[in-house]
Design a protein around this ligand. Structure first.
Ligand code: ADP
Ligand code: MG
Length: 252
């Protein structure tokens, strides 16, 4: 494939309440890259994620993934692309079906894309769990384990891009570092790209090559993470940086 993996151009989304959640947002993710989307709660990050995943339709603007314009695709042609763009949510304990065993949740995603369910044990081991975890229910898992299951489920389809929406925000700081290490290792091993959403700049700094800073639905600043962090130009980025608390534990 030539060109970037994901190109979102001039996305705008207004909700019936009148809130313009996303206001002319453009972003690019190249294969194998980690792009951060940072900003305070309510800045439009999750809505941007839902537009990219085509869980929501933009009022204007477009999303191209692997050369396909997602707006124009019928669902039949969208399905194979859904295997290639996966999602890791903020709160796996609510996103994993509480009635399904862990192995069934992962197998469900494999079968949805015509893949063999026999890969469940291997996928669990890839995220630092064991084949025995397949029999557990979500409520029997710690927050960190549940997030590992959500990551295994996302990686099951061998995606090119995983959209991670605040994947460690619900976890204790020490567990956050371990899950971030896991995401970094999986990226080295598989070459997957991440669109990584967080309100926490310390988290983005450790995982992302580039980042965009959102405020009130708009991108106010973007660039290589190092440059943004060392010499932020926008006062909003500076105020976010001033509020950063360092992560603890072993980092990637
Ligand atoms: P973030 O993920 O950065 O916290 P969101 O994208 O969730 O931000 O929300 C951006 C804005 O859009 C907020 O003002 C939020 O209240 C509003 N919003 C989000 N989802 C909806 C919805 N389904 N209906 C109405 N307003 C929404
Ligand atoms: Mg959000």
């Amino acid at each position: 494939m030539n060109g970037p993996l994901l190109v979102a151009e001039h996305l705008t989304k207004r909700f019936p309440s009148g809130v313009v959640a996303v206001d002319d947002v453009s972003l690019v993710v190249h294969a194998g890259e980690s792009v951060g989307l940072v900003g305070e709660s309510g800045s439009g990050k999750s809505t941007t994620a839902r537009l990219v995943l085509r869980l929501l339709r933009p009022d204007s603007g477009r999303v191209r993934f692997a050369g396909h314009d997602l707006a124009g695709l019928p669902e039949r042609r969208m399905r194979p692309l859904r295997a290639r763009i996966q999602f890791v949510p903020q709160s796996p304990r609510t996103s994993l079906n509480p009635r399904l065993r862990v192995g069934e949740s992962i197998a469900f995603n494999l079968r949805a894309h015509g893949l063999p369910a026999g890969r469940v044990p291997e996928l669990l081991e890839q995220v630092g769990l064991t084949a025995d975890h397949a029999r557990k229910r979500p409520r029997e898992l710690s927050g960190g384990q549940a997030q590992r299951v959500a990551i295994a489920r996302a990686l099951a389809t061998r995606p090119d891009l995983v959209v991670c929406d605040e994947p460690v925000s619900a976890l204790d700081k020490s567990v956050q570092a371990r899950v971030l290490n896991l995401l970094a290792r999986l990226q080295r091993e598989t070459g997957v790209a991440y669109l990584f959403i967080s309100h926490d700049l310390a988290v983005v700094e450790h995982l992302c090559d580039r980042a965009l800073v959102m405020r009130g639905g708009k991108v106010v600043e973007e660039g290589p993470t190092e440059t943004l962090w060392r010499s932020p130009r926008h006062p909003y980025t500076r105020s976010l940086l001033a509020a950063v608390r360092p992560l603890t534990g072993e980092l990637p």
